[in-house]
Design a protein around this ligand. Structure first.
Ligand SMILES: [Zn+2]
Length: 254
């Protein structure tokens, strides 16, 4: 199963799915080869800060009103996946360190401080494709992280950030959110096979596959609901969704 989107935004956190070995075990029981990890934003968009008797972006980097991207905590070797379909327009090494530019139909993305990439200029990449690995290369960096900048194709070069914008809002819009609360059970209706399809539980806004084969679907749900009640949590319901509706949420399966 290939997941089309590798990140989600939630309350100031970006959630990135990655294949790093150390997270594999944690999520193994969800039967997904991908895992999920919450990655903190270590520096948000916009603000400048005082550094060595001067403003960091205005004076030291030069001419910027503040940070023109977001920084994500990314240990060396963290996989970087393309967030959108697009074309690689630059792979080079400068003050951002090793960096990649990716142009989609609407936006230009820049990813900085990388260890390495496995793409070349002109390559067409698909959303979810592995394009590089994170590190700490470049001039203005104090630890391994990913600098991720986004600007619209038609950008305002005089906005004080070289046209880059706070893209958290865009990220939020690009991702389909589940209209279901945590703890709810979602069952796919499978018309071809007599009505009932796979069962998922909503966990942290994601769909976790619920293996009910061993104990039987109904018993599993009753058991879970009773357990929640014991813990003082209100029992959540079971909802069926059809194939068309389910397709919208496929990328949220863990
Ligand atoms: Zn940065």
């Amino acid at each position: 199963m290939e997941l089309p989107i590798k990140y989600r935004l939630r309350n100031g956190w970006i959630e990135i799915r990655m294949d790093a070995d150390e997270h594999w075990h944690q999520y193994r029981k969800t039967r997904s080869k991908h895992s999920t990890k919450l990655i903190p934003i270590t520096q948000s968009f916009g603000k400048d800060f005082w550094y060595n008797e001067q403003w960091f972006y205005k004076d030291y980097v030069g001419g910027l009103r503040g940070h023109n991207g977001i920084d994500l905590e990314a240990p060396t070797g963290t996989c970087l996946y393309a967030p959108e379909n697009g074309t690689i327009t630059a792979v080079d090494d400068n003050s951002y360190g090793k960096k990649i530019r990716l142009k989609s139909r609407q936006y230009e993305h820049v990813f900085g401080h990388l260890a390495e990439w496995n793409v070349a200029i002109g390559n067409k990449v698909k959303a979810g494709q592995l394009i590089g690995w994170c590190n700490n290369t470049g001039k203005f960096t104090t630890g391994s992280h990913l600098h991720w900048g986004v600007r619209p194709i038609k950008y305002d070069k005089d906005n004080g950030y070289s046209g880059y914008v706070d893209h958290r809002e865009f990220l939020d819009m690009t991702v389909y959110k589940l209209p279901y609360r945590d703890g709810m059970f979602i069952q796919r209706t499978d018309v071809k096979n007599g009505g009932h399809g796979e069962l998922y539980e909503v966990v942290d806004g994601l769909l976790a596959y619920y293996d009910s084969k061993k104990i039987g679907t109904r018993i599993a749900i009753v058991d879970r609901v009773l357990r929640l009640m014991k813990e003082g949590i209100e029992p959540k319901s079971l909802t069926s969704i059809n194939e068309k509706e389910f397709k919208k949420f496929k990328h949220l399966i863990i």
